[in-house]
Design a protein around this ligand. Structure first.
Ligand code: TNX
Length: 469
């Protein structure tokens, strides 16, 4: 049997002979050799190894850093005589461990040699905790899944019309007044500083950088509920529990607005270790374009003042932004022309999140009980079989990342999150990694992995196109 590894490594050589049994002692040895330079990998292999039996150890087990490998890359070999793991860095080691665990979970697996490295430097998963709130334990479980499929960015959508979900230094009214509702008249919730730090540490352990998003200047009804002084007309706002978009925005130029934004961006920047923060920019439908661009330009300066680089939704393309700004492309329905001319910002990057191929909230079949269908349906094949440069109307050489997004207007529980993530997140993760597009092999790997999902109690969508065995 070939090893059912997702994302499939660029080279996977099968050696024809059955793989040897790897014993509890071998896993211990691997973990000990990983502990000081790849702690997440060590933990993950320890968890897996604790279920192994005490067969006799292999003659040779090694785990070593190898700086000659490409960033986040790994080389892994399991033969009669030895288990060897080499990796460029801690992330590469984690991905080697993911590959090893997946290979050893494949019944009757052969001896093999695998080498892999990511095609895209940024491989993201976005979770919307604004439309419905999800707390630390659920977010950690999504990190478990995303990091198992070698994603390295956790983008949290922390604010929207329906709720504000993150504590901010100096603005207690935000969480007190604007976090208590959601899209279906539930109680909402928010992350306090400790929660945020706990998520950030857990993400880092498993190779993921946290990118917080405050959506501006639109998608801001909840912000205005808490701080009506910065609404365009100065009038108070009510909690909003619908799913319309484009109806809210902050006063674009007032001193009050920029003082509040300075406080928010400052607080979040200080508490975020990654170099990027996301400041939105999407679906601002009723604001004059020149005023919007002036606002977005000023946001870029604000992020730079607080020492962060910016990620923005692609509608913001046009003005000049600080070096290294990322534009996240999500739909051909809005303002794509500016994406063809991006030379005004040096070092500008594009993250590909095209709907439907990266949109986990879209339905896998018509009339699915969860999700939306505004960009069509999103099947398992759609998640796996696409090319970022073809689906993204921007110069191919600027695309440095692929991110898959789960919006939660219709998603209320952790089980529902899992149903939308599995099995399609592994499909997008394969594209981000640059695996070959051998769909049949991918599907048989998915079937193998689904046994582990079931063991862990993850709900997943039993796509009728797949023979689940
Ligand atoms: C568009 S994606 C949005 C979100 C919605 C999503 C639903 C993006 C930048 N904006 O506000 O939740 O569609 O699929």
């Amino acid at each position: 049997m070939p090893a059912h590894i997702i994302p499939k490594p660029q080279q996977l050589e099968l050696l024809g002979q059955p793989a040897p049994q790897v014993s509890a002692k071998d896993f211990e040895s691997l973990a000990a050799q990983l502990a000081d330079w790849a702690p997440g990998a060590a933990l993950r292999i320890t968890e897996f190894g604790s279920k192994a039996d005490s067969a006799s150890p292999l003659p040779h087990v090694s785990a070593t850093p190898n700086k000659d490998l490409p960033a986040e890359g790994y080389a892994l070999a399991l033969t009669d005589e030895s288990l060897t793991l080499e990796a460029a860095d801690a992330s590469g080691a984690l991905y080697a461990v993911n590959a090893l665990i997946q290979a050893l979970s494949t019944e009757g697996v052969e001896q093999f040699r695998a080498t892999g490295h990511p095609e895209y430097a940024t491989r993201g998963f976005m979770l919307d905790i604004a439309r419905h709130f999800f707390g630390v334990s659920t977010i950690k479980r999504t990190i478990d899944i995303a990091s198992t499929y070698n994603l390295n960015r956790l983008h949290l959508h922390l604010s929207d019309d329906q709720g504000w979900r993150i504590e901010i230094d100096g603005l207690p009214e935000l969480t007190k007044l604007a976090s208590t509702s959601d899209t279906t008249n539930g109680d909402g919730g928010c992350l306090n500083f400790d929660d945020y730090e706990e998520i950030q540490q857990y993400a880092e352990l498993y190779g993921m950088t946290l990118v917080p998003e405050i959506d501006l200047p639109g998608h801001t009804n909840a912000l205005l509920v808490a701080i009506p002084e910065i609404s365009p007309d100065g009038k108070p706002r009510e909690h909003y529990a619908g799913t319309d978009v484009g109806f809210s925005w902050v006063h674009l130029t007032s001193d009050a607005t920029w003082e509040v934004l300075d406080t928010i961006v400052g607080s979040l920047s200080r508490r975020t270790r990654g170099e990027y923060i996301h400041l939105g920019g999407d679906e601002v439908l009723k604001v004059d374009r020149a005023e919007y661009e002036a606002f977005m330009t000023r946001l870029g300066q604000l992020a730079a003042k607080h020492g962060k680089k910016l990620t923005l939704w692609h509608e913001a393309a046009g003005p000049q932004y600080p070096e290294g700004t990322q534009l996240q492309y999500w739909t051909k329905q809005f303002n794509v022309d500016n994406l063809q001319h991006l030379d005004s910002t040096p070092g500008l990057q594009v993250i590909a999140s095209p709907a439907p191929n990266a949109y986990l909230d879209l339905m896998p079949v018509a009339d699915f009980p969860l999700g939306q269908d505004w960009a069509g349906l999103f099947t398992l094949r759609d998640s796996f079989d696409w090319i970022p440069a073809e689906q993204t109307p921007a110069p191919a050489e600027l695309i440095t990342g692929v991110e898959t997004c789960l919006w939660t207007e219709t998603i209320r529980t952790e089980d529902e999150i899992m149903t939308m993530l599995l099995p399609r997140l592994p499909g997008v993760a394969s594209v981000a990694w640059g695996s070959d597009r051998d769909y049949d092999t991918f599907v048989s790997s998915i079937v193998t992995h689904s046994k582990d999902w079931a063991d862990r109690g993850y709900n997943f969508y039993r796509d009728p196109e797949v023979n689940w065995g």
